[in-house]
Design a protein around this ligand. Structure first.
Ligand code: FAD
Length: 283
């Protein structure tokens, strides 16, 4: 189980993949996993579509990671995709009996096709409510999400951390952060998390910027700030894709070095099925 990896006091190095979209070639992800395996990550996490439209793929991919690659798989699951307790029990049983004993419990966001009423009526309001039921069902290693730059819906960092504390007290074994590019923000967040008495490992989540087009998506999705140094590099190389990729990777490597020097519990790389990117960072 992933929680046991933290007893060694060595940082973990993890990757994240996502199930291919409907109609896409599903073999691509399995080829990528065969290559990720050779990088010997501590674990690989598999995302879950907020509306549940990737459920079968998420399960199949997590099972491949755990049972064919021999690497701990961390399956994401969102409240937004759970209609009732029976669904949860079936999903967890399927995971557990297939040797997958790690779950990232999330609330998820409102999918485009879901009405406000449907989203508001979800069975579990928050990740903390979901965790409570997971805990009562099986012995999973449970991860939660956290936000160094504050979750968009929280009124303040203090409020967000107070909610995070509730989540951790329900049984979170470790946390993974939203992606960020400014280590100082992470260090400040970590200080506040520790001051609040949250003492589980916190894994910083990093995603290298490898193309100019990616920036708008990343900022839109996560609300992260792009520090001046990185913004200048993006501007300088916007017409030179190869140089931009190199600069983006260099930036992430520097970020990693800073985090590890500061004693980070691990590094979670939002590798998003990109073998070339993961290899460059791991090497
Ligand atoms: P929560 O912990 O429920 O928090 C959501 C908001 O509610 C916050 O503002 C918080 O302050 C507040 N809150 C929390 N608990 C309480 C409480 N008890 N009472 C009142 N308020 C509370 N999305 C996907 O759809 N699929 C994925 O696979 C996926 N993977 C992710 C992986 C990571 C590492 C991260 C950081 C995010 C991921 N997301 C994913 C996005 C995530 O679903 C969204 O960010 C979502 O908006 C919040 O999820 P959460 O689990 O952090 O929610």
């Amino acid at each position: 189980m992933i929680k046991d990896l933290f007893h060694t006091n060595r940082p973990t190095y993890s990757l994240e993949v996502f199930p291919p979209k409907k109609d896409a070639d599903v073999t691509v992800i399995y080829d990528a996993l065969d290559e990720f395996k050779n990088l010997h990550p501590s674990f690989i996490s598999v995302t879950y579509g907020a509306g549940g439209n990737t459920a079968e793929n998420t399960f199949a991919i997590a099972s491949y990671i755990q049972n064919q690659c021999g690497i701990e798989a961390l399956t994401h699951l969102t409240c937004a995709a759970i209609p009732d307790k029976l669904f949860l029990t079936n999903f967890l049983t399927n995971l557990y009996r297939n040797g997958i004993h790690n779950l990232l419990a999330l609330r998820g966001d409102q999918p485009q096709w879901m009405s406000d009423e449907q989203f508001a009526a979800r069975y579990y309001d928050h990740a903390s409510d979901l965790i409570q039921d997971v805990k009562e069902t099986y012995d999973f290693s449970i991860a939660g999400a956290c936000y160094p730059e504050v979750h968009q819906e929280a009124a303040s960092l203090e409020e967000d951390i107070a909610h995070l504390k509730i989540k951790v007290e329900q049984g979170v074994d470790f946390l993974i952060t939203q992606l960020f590019y400014d280590n100082e923000l992470f260090f400040r967040f970590l200080d506040k998390v520790r001051e609040a008495g949250i003492d589980v490992p916190v894994l910083p989540g990093l995603m290298p910027i490898t193309s100019a087009g990616q920036v708008k998506n990343i900022v839109g999705m996560s609300g992260t700030k792009i520090p001046e140094e990185l913004a200048k590099a993006i501007e300088r190389y916007q017409d030179s894709p190869e140089d931009l990729k190199k600069a983006g990777l260099e930036y992430t490597k520097k970020q990693m070095e800073g985090l590890l020097a500061h004693g980070a519990d691990g590094i979670h790389l939002y590798s998003m099925n990109k073998v070339e990117i993961a290899k460059a960072i791991y090497e």
